[in-house]
Design a protein around this ligand. Structure first.
Ligand code: AHR
Length: 307
């Protein structure tokens, strides 16, 4: 059972300073930069000697970065796995080296690497629920007769792309006003989101809804739509996830309908959970982050704290 497995997890000593690894996957969007900054901002108060790396969008480099952290003798590892399968070796190697590992913001394939056994816990949002809530907002607020949806997916094989698609598709399938005519990856990146949207607009000029798995791709889609003479917010409804500053501004400007929050500020939570673990407390396998929702009703109230 869970208790026996939890006892098998590598222990963490209680001490004043820890050598902590944070192996970031990439830094090409404001969300990632805010997450890395959150770890740096937490380091001093939590007694971390922080080793932070940037895998520049390569799962192979992220695995190598974890290898190097293990070699440097980290006490604890915080890992946002870029994709669900390619990062399993990193989790397993840290486990074999006796280093307690916490997955932050993204997860790995749970059929292979398990919380409470191969890693301590997953700290993060419910991505299925985020997709579900984006769909719910659309179903409640869409005013046309027929919604022709283009979906811009996140990084292929990543847990947020898999789960945000599932949560949205399952909810939308129950409403026959809507049809998803295309669903393609934009790799969570603004520029690729723009390019993919440009291409999809040629094939589906009648699109009037865009569901983007993150705000960066939504902003890219808005740029593509405007270049094509469309009016996002008027003739195209944009729904998205994250809550970046640019997205909140797009909501205030009337171009975007909703963004479901996905917070990048993991530093303080990582500190709290690590200290509890060191104190011998049982950590739930999933430390769930609760997400808000941003619309024209509250975007202006939150833009100052956005990233
Ligand atoms: O894992 C969370 C996702 O990753 C965020 O939604 C996205 O912006 C980031 O790159």
């Amino acid at each position: 059972g869970t208790t026996a497995m939890a006892q098998d997890l590598p222990p963490l000593e209680q001490k004043d300073r820890y050598k902590v690894g944070f192996a970031q996957m990439e830094s090409n969007n404001p969300w990632r930069i805010a997450e890395t900054k959150s770890f740096h901002d937490t380091a001093e108060a939590c007694g971390w000697d922080l080793i932070a790396t940037d895998a520049a969008g390569s799962a192979a480099k992220q695995v190598a970065d974890v290898d190097s952290m293990i070699a440097q003798g980290i006490d604890v590892l915080f890992l946002p796995p870029r994709e669900e399968k390619p990062l399993i070796p990193a989790v397993m190697k840290a486990r074999a080296a006796g280093i307690p590992t916490f997955l932050v913001d993204r997860s790995v394939d749970p059929a292979v690497a398990k919380p409470g056994e191969h890693f301590v816990a997953f700290l993060g949002s419910d991505f299925i629920d985020q997709g579900n809530r984006a769909a719910q907002w659309l179903m409640e607020n869409f005013e046309g007769d027929k919604g022709i949806i283009v979906q811009l997916e996140g990084t292929t094989g990543s847990s947020p792309a898999n789960d945000r698609k599932k949560g949205f598709d399952d909810a939308i399938a129950a409403d026959d006003r809507f049809e998803i005519v295309a669903s393609q990856t934009g790799d969570f990146a603004r520029d690729l989101g723009r390019q993919v949207m440009e291409t999809l607009l040629q094939a589906h000029p009648d699109v009037n809804v865009v569901y983007a798995h993150n705000d960066e791709m939504a902003i890219g889609a808005i740029q593509a739509l405007e270049l094509a003479g469309r009016k996002p917010g008027e003739d195209v409804t944009i729904v998205s996830i994250d809550g970046t500053r640019d997205a909140l501004q797009a909501i205030i400007d009337g171009k975007m309908g909703v963004t479901v929050e996905s917070s990048p500020f993991f530093g303080p939570l990582a500190c709290e959970v690590m200290k509890k673990y060191a104190a011998g407390e049982t950590i739930p396998e999933w430390v769930k982050v609760e997400d808000r929702i941003f619309t024209k009703d509250n975007a202006a109230d939150h833009i100052d704290e956005a990233y």
